[in-house]
Ligand binder design. Structure first.
Ligand code: S3P
Length: 436
């Protein structure tokens, strides 16, 4: 098991360029594989999660040609699509640690004329797939998995789908996207009703590929394509704000420091971390540019004396992946921070409420845990500790940031999980540990 040793912060680089957005990279591979013709994707995130998606699309007939790969620019890849009709995979599809891969692929396979089995690692094998099985079965597909929660391995058999109008029982972009993808293969209009707005990358990439969809209040609808494929189109993936969030918190918690994060995705359904850190006392300046329908730009963070805040309600889906590192910011802020309505955190790569609360306590913070969130009394000194990551990349990275702000040494146990979303993280971390 790999481990990462983190010491107190020594220096501050001027700027960081984080790798490509995970959510957008997954969708770029899936839509390019369904398109007619060859799409070039630049800035694709070559992390384990996104490669799981790319390899799955290749196993189902997409032609994948890697053009280049670098730390600075990510991966450039050409994807020759199948024009909606994929080919049955020769073996099982390994989704690794990736919930987005298994859930969105299920929506696509539901619309194909074959059966495929999807497996995952120990963490993914505990995650509930019932949330996609229920609507996909209503549409006419067969979805079988393990136990009541329908955990992986799961087998999806495509069929003649029919459109549905489905009220999501939870705020989940993965479930919304699985239904919209299946809706492309159903005749007529498929509608998803969201309890709270979630990330809209699937909708934006559908616009990019010229697929008709519309939104009326909380309802998002697509019209089935009746077997008519959409054309290939190139796209450029911006940097991942969820990866930038680690450095944003670090800069925010250091008064007098300034850090520039370059080429960060600034989609309005993902940029809640900026509002939260501003509320806590940081100064943040963004310069938004738009391309491919996904806003992006540079983000300058100036540290301040952070104070506690309240995070809940409609803001939660917008910061869902950032909550572990926001909890670290809360431990570094004066006063109390309350996070509520975040029960979805319990079914992520690990139970992020329990693991964040335990890990913060191990470093000296006072945390009260609730079913749907936690309250953190911040401002006390943090000390180094051993952190068990439970194979959760965001726990590993959030507590690396805590380690930079703590006395002594922090040991991140099982740090290899970082590769699921942020290749190059350890190099960026090292730039804060080097002697000035
Ligand atoms: C994602 C949606 C979110 C998020 C995950 C990526 C996506 O999950 O936590 O990291 O790309 O659609 P849920 O849909 O389970 O909330």
């Amino acid at each position: 098991m790999a481990e990462l040793l983190v010491q107190k912060l020594q220096s501050f680089p001027r700027s960081i360029r984080v790798p490509g957005d995970k959510s957008i990279s997954h969708r770029s591979a899936m839509f390019a594989a369904l398109a007619q013709g060859v799409s070039r994707v630049d800035g694709f995130l070559p992390s384990e999660d996104c490669l799981s998606t790319l390899y799955a699309m290749r196993a189902m007939g997409a032609e994948v040609r890697e053009i280049s790969r670098s730390q600075e620019q990510g991966m450039s890849v050409e994807i020759g699509g199948c024009g909606l009709r994929l080919r049955p995979p020769a073996g099982v599809l390994d989704c690794g640690n990736s919930g987005t891969t298994i859930r969105l692929l299920s929506g696509i396979i539901a619309g194909q004329g074959f059966e495929a089995q999807m497996i995952g690692d120990a963490s993914l094998s505990k995650r509930p797939m019932k949330r996609i099985a229920d609507p996909l079965r209503l549409m006419g597909a067969s979805v079988e998995g393990q136990g009541e929660k329908i955990c992986p391995p799961i087998t999806v058999r495509g069929g003649q789908l029919h459109p549905i109008r489905y009220e999501l029982p939870m705020a989940s972009a993965q479930v919304k996207s699985a239904i919209l993808l299946a809706g492309l293969f159903a005749p007529g209009v498929t509608t998803v009703v969201e309890p709270v707005a979630t990330r809209n990358h699937t909708e934006r990439i559908m616009s990019h590929f010229g697929i008709e969809w519309w939104r009326e209040g909380p309802e998002i609808s697509v019209r089935g394509l009746e077997g008519r494929p959409f054309a290939a189109r190139d796209l450029v993936v911006p940097g991942d704000i969820s990866s930038a969030a680690f450095w944003m918190v670090l800069a925010a918690a250091n008064p007098g420091r300034e850090l520039l994060l370059e080429n960060v995705g600034l989609n309005e359904t993902r940029n809640g971390i900026i509002a939260v850190l501003k509320r806590m006392g940081a100064e943040i300046i963004t310069q938004v540019q738009s391309a491919d329908g996904e806003p992006r730009g540079d983000v300058l963070v100036r540290g301040g004396a952070l104070r506690g805040t309240r995070i809940g309600g409609a803001e939660i889906p917008n910061v869902i992946d950032e909550l572990p590192v926001i909890a670290v910011a809360a431990a570094l802020a004066q006063g109390t921070t309350r996070i509520e309505n975040a029960q979805e955190l319990r079914v992520k790569e690990t139970d992020r409420i329990a693991v964040v609360a335990d890990s913060l306590r191990a470093m000296g913070a006072t945390v009260r845990e609730f079913e749907d969130g936690m309250e953190i009394d911040g401002g006390g000194p943090l000390h180094g500790a051993e952190i068990a990551t439970h194979h959760d990349h965001r726990i590993a990275m959030a507590f690396s940031i805590a380690g930079l702000m703590a006395s002594g040494q922090t040991r991140i146990l099982g740090s290899d999980c970082i590769a699921t979303s942020y290749p190059g993280f350890e190099g960026h971390l090292a730039s804060f540990c080097a002697a000035p």
